[in-house]
Design a protein around this ligand. Structure first.
Ligand code: PHE
Length: 337
């Protein structure tokens, strides 16, 4: 037995010298101290010894065991540390390294164009207003000089809820809300979603408009001011285009005009997109009708207003010929912007 113990001691010493990793260490532990380990076997054989012998040998065995265990623990700690170091070196990430630049999304094309429009007007001191998407008849129609049952309501097919609630058909109700809530001078734009019963190549049931409204004392705001701003605005958006004002009708403006730019596709020569006229209609505008001021209780004021469709602008700027492709969330389309 003593011989056996010497053998084990030798094995332990050699093992500790040679072992380079945790797995080998665990194998050594099992070989010596596991259920069927060599040292464990010696402990079992104690039974066979006489009292005196047993005492002496047990003492010896215990000291070998505790020395083995403490060495095992310290070597285990050392090897774990080394292994962790190796792992960290292998998985090291150099966060200062440059990677190939991933294309960064600039947002939805309609939003991009909306942002450009907003930027133009905020730069010339317009502030931004908003109103509810679910409107009432008064703000969407009545106050804008569109009495109930007036045929002009036909211009805008509408989604109605019960009673007087409807999805707003344009951003013009924000004109009314702004005038009701504040006093002159007023200089605002109102960007936002609007809804109409329409669906084809150039119309969708939901689209976006930007409304503009300027109101000040009587005589201070004129059609000439409107014309100056819109011409400058349209050139900022579309580049070097011709701009023309064409007499038109809106119930809430008088006089009213629709504004055309020379066709961005053919340069004004005439093509399919502009129906061979050389012109593209881009917005509606006019001098605010007296009846609108009456509806909000304003007196001795003058003002102009305009309204434009953001999707239409985006189609012309990006040469997209089907409006619906903006709303189909096809990444192959959206990634091009
Ligand atoms: N609200 C009109 C429309 O949606 C546009 C417009 C706004 C016209 C303001 C004139 C003045 O068609």
């Amino acid at each position: 037995m003593l011989e056996k113990l010497e053998q084990i001691k030798g094995k332990i010493a050699k093992g500790f010298e040679e072992i380079k990793n945790l797995e080998a260490l665990e194998n050594l532990r099992i070989e010596i101290m596991g259920k069927k380990g060599e040292l464990t076997a010696l402990f079992s054989s104690l039974k066979a010894l006489g009292e005196e012998e047993k005492k002496a040998f047990a003492k010896e065995l215990n000291s070998v065991r505790s020395e083995f265990e403490s060495k095992l623990d310290s070597l285990k700690a050392k090897l774990s540390q080394e292994e962790l170091g190796r792992k960290l070196r292998k998985e090291y990430l150099d966060t200062s390294l440059f990677t190939a630049l991933k294309p960064k999304s600039l947002g939805h094309p309609v939003n991009q164009v909306m942002e450009r429009i907003i930027e133009y007007f905020t730069c010339i001191n317009f502030s931004i207003q908003s109103g509810p998407l679910v409107e009432d008849d008064f703000h969407n129609f009545e106050a804008l000089n569109l009495p109930k049952f007036h045929p002009a309501r036909d211009m805008q097919d509408t989604f109605y809820f019960k009673d007087i609630a409807l999805l707003r058909t344009h951003t013009s109700p924000v004109q009314i809300r702004t005038m009701q809530e504040s006093s002159i001078p007023i200089r605002i734009i109102a960007p936002g979603a609007v809804f109409r019963r329409d669906y084809d190549l150039t119309h969708s049931p939901m689209f976006h408009q930007v409304e503009g409204l300027v109101v000040d004392q009587a005589g201070k705001v004129s059609f000439a001011n409107l014309k100056y701003i819109l011409e400058d605005f349209l050139r900022a958006m579309f580049g070097d285009v011709k701009v023309r004002f064409r007499s038109s009708f809106f119930p809430f403006t008088e006089p009213s005009a629709e504004v055309d730019i020379s066709c961005v596709f053919c340069g004004g020569v005439g093509c399919r997109v502009c129906s061979h006229t050389g012109w593209l209609e881009v917005l509606g505008c006019g001098v605010v009708d007296e009846n609108v001021f009456k509806a909000v209780g304003y007196e001795n004021v003058s003002g102009y207003a305009f309204g434009l469709g953001v999707e239409r602008f985006a189609m012309l700027i990006h040469r997209v010929n089907d409006l619906r492709s903006f709303f189909e969330t096809d990444l192959r389309v959206l990634e091009q912007f």
